[in-house]
Write a protein that binds this ligand. Structure first.
Ligand code: AMP
Ligand code: MG
Length: 405
């Protein structure tokens, strides 16, 4: 049995990127950038107005509120370009986002101006630079805007669009096949026969994978039968780089995933981790036509599936996509209740998190058993209770991993 720390290290050591591709910006959400990106354009691309108003030369107006009348020489909506300089005591009406004419150095908002018969009268002071957005004030031409290894989220996509990128170079996504094992499984929505349970892991793994960046090739339900399991794993190994199984990895008479993985040539990286839940977690590695295939043998219990996915599979998928920040986000929190456990295995404890005056409080939830799902709907964090601990008092600090599901 390996420790949590060793197991994570062994998994991550195997993670290698799968090449790169150039894809459209639309559709790049959640992908990981494969190069440093420098903007080819300044943002904004030209000097423009931050308000609907009148572009003026502040010198014309200095200290003469209510006395100066400016001649309105043009009107400029956003999208048009009025390239002429404005002369002394002239103004151009500009809408938000419209270019500011060259000689103008301020824009007076419409609310501060009276317009009559082709002239405007100002009701306020004007400072040079006021309400003008300078070219490049957000992003300069040539500026590094996104670093290699960045996980593209909404603001990154917005920034790339603003800089004019229609495409982006990203790492390839791993293709994943899910095999849920168990003779007892019944599809939700069907009638449950005696001895059967509804299959929740298919739904869970599909949802987890949707937010992981991986490409889900197929989800298949497998009987606890060695021959068909070997075939299913073999087929999956030809369809992609990652196989996730659920169930059949423990020491029961019908737990056949280890044997099946071995029969198709899988090299066992580890089996069994000193953790609770997900003790029987297994990880295999094999080569198929010169390409790597990784097998995560997750336990059958849904709680163990979700937690081991967050702790191992999601970081692994991020890393093979070139993400430089792949571990779960971590906070320190104070236990509001004592925790008792047996020594020997690290416990992933489902906690309710509350922020009080800037500090996190973690309250252990009821229903922590690995087959239980209900408490997982109430938690955003998993506290790590160290293997060697058997008691943590109220008020002690714990590390909590924030979950992304
Ligand atoms: P196993 O490791 O195959 O013995 O499974 C451990 C426990 O998880 C058993 O109680 C199984 O019935 C349950 N289990 C296995 N697969 C699923 C699944 N897809 N959905 C819900 N529970 C499952
Ligand atoms: Mg089973």
């Amino acid at each position: 049995m390996v420790s949590f720390k060793q197991a994570r290290k062994l998994v991550m050591e195997k993670a290698v990127t799968l090449g790169q591709e150039i894809i459209k910006l639309d559709g790049a959400f959640g992908r990981i950038v494969a190069e440093d990106i420098h903007s080819k354009n300044p943002v904004p691309p030209f000097r423009n107005s931050a308000v609907d108003g009148y572009a003026v030369r502040s010198l014309d107006i200095k200290g003469q509120i209510g006395q100066v009348r400016l001649k309105l020489v043009a009107k400029q909506p956003a999208g048009d370009y009025y390239g002429k300089k404005i002369g002394r005591n002239q103004t151009v009406k500009v809408m938000t986002g419209a270019p500011v004419p060259p000689a103008a150095d301020a824009v007076v908002p419409v609310e501060e101006v009276e317009e009559k018969d082709g002239y405007v009268e100002l009701k306020c002071q004007v400072k040079s630079g006021e309400n003008i957005r300078e070219a490049g004030e957000d992003v300069k031409r040539g500026q590094l805007i996104i670093k290699k290894g960045t996980w593209l989220r909404t603001p990154h996509l917005g920034l790339l669009a603003a800089c004019g990128f229609g495409k982006v170079r990203v790492y390839r996504r791993p293709r994943v096949t899910v095999l849920v094992t168990g003779n007892e499984l019944c599809r939700p929505g069907r009638t449950l026969r005696p001895g059967k349970i509804f299959d929740s892991n298919s739904t869970i793994l599909k949802a987890l994978l949707e937010t992981s960046g991986a490409e889900l090739v197929a989800i298949k339900k497998e009987k606890d039968n060695l021959k068909s399991l070997v075939e299913a794993i073999r087929t999956a190994s030809n369809l992609g780089e990652i196989i996730i199984t659920s169930g059949g990895i423990s020491v029961g008479d019908f737990d056949l995933v280890n044997e099946a993985a071995k029969q198709i040539g899988g090299e066992r990286v580890f089996w069994k981790v000193a953790q609770k839940p997900a003790k029987p977690l297994a990880f295999y590695y094999l080569k198929r036509g010169g390409k790597p295939v990784w097998i995560f043998g997750l336990p059958g219990n849904p709680g163990a599936v979700m937690i081991s996915f967050e702790e191992y599979v999601r970081p692994f998928i991020k890393k093979i996509q070139g993400c430089s920040d792949f571990w779960p986000e971590e906070i320190e929190a104070t236990l509001t209740k004592a925790v008792k456990k047996k020594k020997g295995r690290l416990n992933f404890l489902r906690v309710r998190l509350e922020n009080q005056a800037g500090s996190w409080l973690a309250t252990p939830l009821d229903k922590q058993e690995s087959g239980m799902i209900s408490s997982l709907t109430l938690t955003r964090g998993i506290a790590l209770i160290p293997a060697e601990a058997d008691y943590l008092a109220e008020g002690e600090k714990v590390i909590v991993h924030l979950i992304e599901w």
